[in-house]
Design a protein around this ligand. Structure first.
Ligand code: NZQ
Ligand code: ZN
Length: 397
């Protein structure tokens, strides 16, 4: 086990009707003027936004709302939000929505606390942010895990670059998790969420680090839980127990717990970000579209790890490690298909990569113009990336 620091300062308030506590929680965290961000309108339609505002009102807090955050949130929108939040005199950033809204609320938090710096400079590693407003979350979608994570992902639509910023300043002070708020989700978003939750754990589980028994058991248990309840949630999106398991798994999957003491990989996430930046494909779908090809390419690096995954996640009892590992890849890809998620480029209408030249451009972009490698389970350079991409459309599962 490698040395680690685990810092999870987010207060989780879980259960039915917990959104009614948002005002009290914000006040306890020192808020007086709350800037509320939301997305394209699902929280207006459901009445959630009104309930949130009423709760703030009840606690005597001033508030202002701004809707319009898009999936794969844009830096231009975040800049405008920063401007309005500064004019309003916000001292608290509140997200009511999924990962895109939360990440924009995080961007806003940095922007307001650093009014003289363009926020993209933080994401582009030109400047380091040393301050941010406190961030609160009312979660409506179990997926990104941003409600407990140290990360915020933004897209620069001018340069087609999607990039994450990781800092403890991004960890929300509280997150309200009421599974009933997810009942209105379209099935496509539930599928995307299930893939993303699994991938936050799998991008940690496939690690070069040896001997991490407890972390492995936590990761394997989380994956089994998400697989079981993901299917149940799709059958009935109003299944409280299934939605509860997904929601809690989503938070735990990306707060660091499922990879403690191990080196992270995250190559699949980097490949997915490249696809989303170019084609605006939903994050979960971008991950399911590349995982099978990635897994098949990197498995020979450590076949016994895939065999462990086969046994402990999928219950595959095969003793030959190569056969077991390949069977587990097939089972995982088949599971993604059962969620109606794309499992190769040709299954995703958004992905416009058809020619070999376009595939090479993808690899060039993902390797930051051949200046970085990604992953740790197998360290992948630009050539590896083009092989992963090239192998994929011609050999779908
Ligand atoms: O915008 P509205 O109208 O609210 O609709 C949203 C949106 O269209 C809808 N939705 C959310 N809750 C709903 C609902 N519709 C009906 N009922 C509800 N209860 O779902 C759509 C997608 O929302 P979005 O927030 O984009 O989804 P998600 O939570 O999957 O977030 C994806 C973003 O998070 C980033 C992704 O890259 C992507 O940009 N990630 C952030 C991470 C982090 N900060 O730690 C880690 C992740 O790996 C990921 O990269
Ligand atoms: Zn993700």
């Amino acid at each position: 086990m490698k040395s680690f620091v685990q810092y999870t300062p987010t207060r989780i308030v879980f259960g039915r009707e917990t959104e009614g506590q948002v005002g009290a929680l914000a006040r306890q965290c020192g808020a007086t003027r709350v800037f509320i961000l939301y997305g394209g309108g699902s929280v207006v339609k459901s009445g959630l936004l009104d309930r949130v505002c009423a709760s703030l009102e009840k606690e005597g807090l001033a508030w202002k709302t701004m809707g319009g955050v898009q999936p794969n949130p844009r830096v231009s929108f975040a800049r405008e939000a920063v401007k309005q939040a500064i004019e309003f005199g916000a001292d608290f950033s509140l997200a009511v929505g999924g990962g895109s809204v939360i990440d924009t609320a995080k961007a806003l938090a940095h922007g307001v606390a650093n009014p003289d710096t363009d926020i993209w400079k933080f994401w582009n590693r030109e400047e380091t942010s040393s301050a941010a407003l406190p961030i609160g979350v009312v979660l409506t979608l179990a997926a990104a895990g941003s409600e407990m994570s140290d990360s915020a992902v933004l897209t620069n639509e001018e340069t087609h670059v999607k990039r994450g910023l990781s800092t403890d300043l991004n960890r929300p002070v509280f997150a309200i998790l009421n599974p009933e708020l997810t009942y209105t989700l379209p099935k496509y978003q539930i599928g995307c969420g299930v893939v993303d939750i699994m991938m936050h754990t799998m991008d940690r589980y496939f690690t070069p680090t040896e001997g991490n028994e407890l972390t492995d058991v936590i990761a394997e248990g989380l994956l089994r839980t998400v697989i079981k309840n993901g299917t149940a949630a799709l059958e009935n999106p109003q299944n409280y127990d299934a939605m509860s398991e997904l929601m809690w798994a989503g938070s735990l999957s990306h707060n660091g717990l499922t990879g403690l003491g191990a080196e992270k990989d995250f190559a699949v996430h980097q490949l997915g970000h490249e696809l989303s930046a170019r084609f605006d494909i939903a994050h979960g779908a971008s991950l399911s579209a590349v995982w099978g090809a990635w897994a098949k390419y990197v498995r020979p690096q450590k076949p016994e790890r895939f065999a462990q995954f086969a046994k402990n996640v999928w219950g595959i009892e095969e003793t030959d490690i190569d056969t077991a590992g390949l069977a587990a890849i097939k089972r995982t890809v088949a599971f993604f298909k059962s969620l109606d998620m794309p499992t190769c480029f040709s299954e995703a209408a958004e992905i416009g990569v058809k020619t070999e030249e376009e595939l090479q451009q993808m690899a060039y972009g993902c390797s930051y113009r051949n200046t970085r490698t990604i992953g740790s389970f197998k360290v992948c350079n630009m050539q590896d990336l083009s092989l992963i991409h090239i192998s994929e459309p011609t050999r779908p599962y």
